[in-house]
Design a protein around this ligand. Structure first.
Ligand code: NAD
Length: 481
């Protein structure tokens, strides 16, 4: 068990062992900048090589472990992860800035992904076979080899499990590079999980962009699973191009929420607000622009502002906090610059809510609603990744579909209506990996639904069978009779 005041030293995880290193960076609490939460190893390409060699060695035997046995071991690892929430969720709060329920949700969702993937594993490997007069054909799924995974800081546990679970279930081994902004709770959890698995199946190497680049270009890495920003993904694709690696990319979003004119405003806001400001808006598939029929615009905007006005921002361990600080200085600077820039436009920027005493010298930003926004304004066309949401009025449904799709992104989206058929018809016209009807928050996710983006929101899908397919090759075998 770790206790709340421990300053952990987080080394690389090579096999089951956390290694000591010579260089560490401090990880500070974004909600209390004087607090050092952990020290994290600063890796190099040499560390990446050791981790990849460890994974490569483990791959030789892990690929031949029967799928049912791999599933059993994953379920044991899932139990370990579930047990980690008690002592590690508070640590996660102190490094990534979210409130406690958000950190607990990260562990719970991660555990669910492991369990769901394990439940599909045996059947996933049933070969597709044809036996006729001419031939016997068997199409078999085989693992790819060493997987290099890179994750961001906002939901580090579940985003890691979305790669680890399908990779390991299908017989690959893993080298993970966490974000330097939330490395500690995740690495301790992985070290505990690794004790349930053969040595070298899970490895972790810490560091910055150079370490990510060394991992995503390493010749022994056959597959890259990346979650992060779209700009970083371009660099990852370039790194992976040298050895033609397979990629799954989960990237940024600018999710539209389309309110239809038959909406029940109170019921819609009750659900919509479970997502808009969660993690201070730092969720890839959070609502990032709301389109409202002009006839309902003022009523909707007033009702939204009334509710958001009740939010209190504070430290993540303060039980009264609705949400916590932004995660890091670059994030804080970009969100505050965006808000200040919008104040110089024709839009009306409304700052709401209050700061609790626990909000000290961290990266706190109060919730903002931006009214009377043009569809083309920067505040509605970018991924804000902060507690600020623009409201855009529309006059007809053709226009709102055009606007919703007028984005380089296509991750999530939602339609809000009391008419199911209308909602389904509108959903089918949206260019996105997921379209939710009357929901747009963590509770919208279902592991039976593949998760991912279109356009520059990503390549490939995670969750369930679709996610597992990303980690295997099809091996076609034919006997000519
Ligand atoms: P980021 O792109 O800055 O960093 C992500 C990870 O990539 C970090 O571990 C970072 O150290 C690493 N990295 C940086 N440069 C690299 C390089 N050249 N090669 C390899 N790795 C490199 O993203 P962030 O600021 O940590 O996270 C926020 C972004 O992540 C947002 O755009 C958000 O939308 C996105 N995100 C997407 C999803 C999704 O599922 N689609 C989920 C969560 C976050």
């Amino acid at each position: 068990m770790t206790t709340i005041n421990d300053v952990l030293s987080i080394g690389h995880l090579i096999g089951r062992t956390m290694t000591d290193v010579s260089t560490y960076d401090e990880v500070r609490d974004p909600g209390r900048l004087t607090d050092v939460v952990a020290r994290v190893a600063v890796g190099t390409a040499v560390d990446v090589n050791r981790a990849v060699e460890s994974a490569h060695q483990a791959y030789r035997s892990w690929k031949d472990v029967a799928p049912a046995e791999r599933a059993r071991l994953l379920l044991e690892a899932a139990d370990v992860l579930a047990g980690c929430a008690e002592d590690l969720a508070p640590l996660l709060v102190r490094e990534h800035g979210g409130v406690l329920w958000e950190a607990q949700t990260d562990f719970a969702l991660g555990t669910g992904v492991l369990q769901h993937t394990a439940s599909l594993t045996e059947e996933f490997f049933t070969p597709v076979q044809f036996d006729d007069e001419q031939s016997f054909i068997s199409v078999e799924r085989v693992p790819r080899g060493v997987v290099g995974a890179v994750v961001p800081w906002n939901m580090p546990v579940v985003l890691t499990m979305m790669k680890l679970a399908p990779a390991l279930a299908t017989g690959n081994t893993l080298v993970l590079k966490p974000s330097p902004f939330a490395p500690a709770a995740l690495t301790v959890a992985l070290q505990r999980m690794a004790q349930k698995l053969p040595d070298g199946v899970i490895n972790v190497v810490h560091g910055n962009a150079d370490v990510g680049q060394a991992l995503t270009s390493h010749p022994l890495v056959r597959k890259v699973g990346f979650t992060g920003g779209t700009a970083t993904a371009r660099q990852v694709m370039a790194s992976a191009a040298g050895t033609i690696k397979n990629l799954t990319l989960e990237l940024g979003g600018n999710d539209p929420a389309i309110v239809l004119d038959d909406v029940d405003i109170d019921a819609a806001l009750e659900r919509m607000l479970k997502g808009v400001f969660t993690r201070s808006g730092q969720i890839c598939f959070a609502v990032k622009r709301i389109y409202v029929p002009r006839s309902l615009y003022d009523t909707f905007a007033d009702a939204l502002c009334d509710r958001v006005g009740q939010y209190a921002v504070g430290h993540g361990l303060d039980e009264s906090a609705s949400f916590g600080p932004l995660n890091n200085k670059a994030q804080y600077d970009s969100v505050t610059a965006l808000i200040e820039g919008t104040k110089n436009s024709s839009a009306k920027v409304v700052q709401l809510g209050s700061k609790l005493e626990s909000a000290g010298d961290g990266y706190y930003v109060l919730p903002h609603v931006v009214r009377d926004v043009e569809h083309v304004a920067p505040i509605s066309s970018c991924e804000q990744f902060g507690p600020v949401v623009p409201l855009i009025a529309y006059d007809d449904e053709e226009k709102v579909v055009e606007w919703a799709n007028d984005s380089e992104y296509g991750l999530g989206s939602s339609v809000w209506t009391t008419d199911t058929e209308r909602g389904l018809a509108m959903a089918r016209r949206i260019e996105a990996g997921s379209t939710f009807i009357n929901t747009h928050a963590f509770e919208s996710l279902d592991l039976r639904m593949p998760f991912g983006g279109v356009k520059q929101s990503g390549i490939g899908r995670e969750f369930g069978e679709a996610g597992m397919r990303e980690y295997v090759e099809e091996h076609s075998i034919r006997l000519l009779k």
